[in-house]
Design a protein around this ligand. Structure first.
Ligand SMILES: N[C@@H](CCC(=O)N[C@@H](CS)C(=O)NCC(=O)O)C(=O)O
Length: 202
């Protein structure tokens, strides 16, 4: 197995899951600053995004929730998704909320603002991006009320929340208390420490 990643990008969440599983895998660092046609990732994944997982049979799997689900079903001992239908659905529900809403619609706008050519272009992206992220973290905070992990047991959804928490500091976003405590719990996990060290972020 081979994970294409960029240090500190959303691929960090999948990197954490690979460490939790503990099976051998290789890391291939890709530079997302290179324009898509010239990116070394483009021939492997035409979407040219990380995370990209190349499996042992050389087939390529993309999209965070799909990779997380496949990893969890092929490594059931790591218990990254609960085995029961409701637990599975709740994990996907939380995971997709983090990836599709907090990351893509919230932080996506904040990253877009960084690439904007004028302040007029950047400002509305920043305003709406901050609003969506704040709402997302508030929702995650409510989900974490009285529990350590998003859906009860530790799941793949927690690794997704971890990578958006990593980004919050870059944008001066203060995490609400339950999310901040979750972030601290994540950073204490050996799998997270290993992934951060390997990505040069420790
Ligand atoms: N929906 C995708 C999002 C992946 C994504 O947006 N990855 C970013 C890094 S965090 C990326 O590769 N961006 C490069 C680009 O858009 O050119 C997923 O779930 O994996």
């Amino acid at each position: 197995m081979k994970l294409y990643y960029s240090p500190g990008a959303c691929s960090l969440g999948i990197h954490v899951l690979l460490e939790e599983i503990g099976k051998p895998y290789d890391l291939v660092q890709t530079n997302l600053r290179v324009p898509v046609p010239d990116r070394d990732l483009t021939p492997i994944n035409p979407k040219s995004k990380v995370p990209t997982l190349v499996r042992d049979d050389e087939t390529v799997l993309t999209e965070f929730p799909a990779i997380a689900y496949w990893l969890s079903t092929t490594a059931p001992d790591a218990k990254l998704f609960p085995a029961d239908a409701d637990g599975m659905a709740r994990t996907l529900e939380a995971l997709d909320y983090v990836v599709a809403t907090i990351h893509m619609t919230g932080f996506g706008r904040l990253f877009g603002a960084m690439r904007a050519k004028t302040p007029e272009e950047a400002e509305p992206l920043k305003t709406l991006g901050h609003e969506i992220v704040a709402r997302g973290f508030t929702r995650a905070d409510a989900m974490l009320d009285g529990r350590d992990w998003l859906v009860g047991p530790y799941t793949a959804a927690d690794s997704a929340l971890f990578y958006v928490c990593m980004w919050s500091g870059n944008f001066g976003i203060e995490l609400p208390p339950n999310v901040a405590a979750h972030f601290a719990r994540m950073k204490a996990r050996p799998a997270v420490q290993a992934a951060l060290t390997q990505e040069g972020l420790a």
